[in-house]
Write a protein that binds this ligand. Structure first.
Ligand SMILES: C[S@@+](CC[C@H](N)C(=O)[O-])C[C@H]1O[C@@H](n2cnc3c(N)ncnc32)[C@H](O)[C@@H]1O
Length: 247
């Protein structure tokens, strides 16, 4: 086991070399997301700076400016942690990230505590966190509705009464259909790396992605089952949802 990877029941230790490596807490066995082609495409889709800027603007649009800077925040399906950096830039510092891919978690540089962990089974006490966010993760779960229901139930369990659940996920709008159509054109893929990365990701996550995109009513029903919607908007191929834990 490396210096930066500890078991969940070990004490959390800082990296020994003083570098800005994350401390990883292993709760479950690590898994690659989809396959290595998917992970490589995800890493080249946007630069870390582009990704952080995207998350920052998104969180502001969702109302983050109004949220207490003391809030304890868990970013589920955090990947390489761009959203954790965005939260930090917005003044939040009590941050934790959860993802199954150790390789992606290791790309993160920052002070958030990271867990190699399945979002369906969180290692946190009930009613212990203020905000739980997921951005582009629920559509990776294998079984709809079971896994999505279980993940949302876990998030609701971990949130304090009145706590916020934030979700941003792909949504099948005319905009997204156009992006799919463009990204399938060979010349576009050859000349525009971002479209090639997008097309590669959708090819390698196809079964869960399609199930998600083609069941919007079911997804909304699951979100409403666990959270009282505060903000629900479809925008540029994304569902933006902020809800309060139902008591
Ligand atoms: C599309 S990526 C999104 C990453 C990040 N939210 C972002 O937008 O940059 C989906 C992530 O979900 C993770 N993942 C998939 N299934 C998971 C699960 N059951 N529990 C935790 N993470 C999971 C993958 O490892 C991957 O990093």
């Amino acid at each position: 086991m490396s210096d930066h990877l500890v078991n969940a029941d070990d004490r959390v230790k800082p990296a020994k070399d003083g570098a800005n490596h994350p401390t990883l807490i292993r709760v479950h066995d690590a898994l690659i997301c989809c396959d290595s082609a998917w992970e490589e495409a995800y890493l080249r889709f946007e630069s870390p700076e582009q990704e952080i800027s995207k998350f920052r603007q998104r969180l502001l649009r969702l109302g983050a400016e109004q949220w207490s800077r003391d809030a304890t925040i868990v970013e589920l399906f955090c990947g390489r942690g761009g959203a954790l950096c965005a939260w930090k830039q917005l003044g939040f510092s009590r941050l934790e990230g959860v993802d199954l891919s150790e390789r992606l978690l290791r790309q993160y540089q920052g002070a958030a505590r990271l867990y190699v962990c399945d979002a369906r089974d969180l290692p946190f006490d009930s009613a212990s966190r203020d905000i739980i966010a997921v951005q582009g993760g629920l559509h990776h779960l294998e079984r709809l509705p079971q896994d999505v229901d279980r993940t949302l139930a876990e998030a609701a369990r971990v949130l304090r009464p009145g706590g916020l659940f934030v979700a941003v996920e792909p949504w099948l709008t005319p905009f997204l259909r156009a992006v799919h159509a463009i990204s399938e054109i060979k010349l576009v893929r050859r000349t525009l790396p971002k479209f090639d990365a997008f097309a590669t990701m959708t090819e390698h996550e196809r079964s869960t992605y399609e199930a998600w995109l083609h069941n919007p009513e079911l997804v909304l029903q699951l979100l409403r089952k666990h959270f009282e919607p505060q903000h629900l908007r479809i925008r540029l191929g994304k569902l933006e949802f902020v809800g309060r834990r139902r008591d």
